[in-house]
Design a binder for this molecule. Structure first.
Ligand SMILES: [Zn+2]
Length: 151
């Protein structure tokens, strides 16, 4: 075993036994490049240890995972808010026999965002309706839209 291999082994053992944060000062001796290049996903500190290690400490692993979860929850909350807003806009039109006609401008003035729908419905004839839950619209000619309610 060479000198660097021995030091590496000692570091591993030390880390395991004491469960201390990894030594943060640069190491004076040679370590294999694939080990040197590993960085903690949370704080960016170099990680020494098993090749599959992603974080320098339990603290960083928890911090990172909490952030990831929070971001995905924010994303879902934002999309749900947009859908709810779109639904309210469609619901603000009074329907006659389950439908009414409006324009793109009127929909957008009310804050409708055409990027957020929940599902599509295509008829046998190939006409596609865009739905936000049970309220939908069908694009017509000249920026007109038919708003419909699914029964
Ligand atoms: Zn870290």
């Amino acid at each position: 075993m060479g000198y660097s291999a021995v030091m590496e082994l000692k570091l591993k053992i030390t880390t395991k036994i004491c469960n201390l944060p990894i030594i943060k000062k640069p190491l004076a001796f040679n370590i294999k490049p694939n080990i040197l290049e590993k960085k903690c996903l949370e704080c960016g500190e170099k990680i020494i240890g098993r090749v599959d290690k992603k974080y320098c400490s339990d603290y960083c692993r928890n911090a990172y995972n909490n952030k990831v979860n929070k971001d995905s929850k924010n994303l879902i909350r934002n999309i749900n808010n947009r859908l709810r807003k779109n639904y309210r806009v469609l619901d603000s039109f009074s329907l006659k026999e389950g439908k009414t006609k409006t324009t793109r401008t009127r929909l957008m003035d009310k804050g409708f965002d055409f990027e957020f729908i929940t599902n599509l419905y295509t008829t046998k004839k190939g006409t596609t309706y865009y739905f936000v839950y049970d309220l939908g619209y069908l694009p017509l000619d000249n920026d007109y839209y038919m708003i419909v309610k699914r029964e």
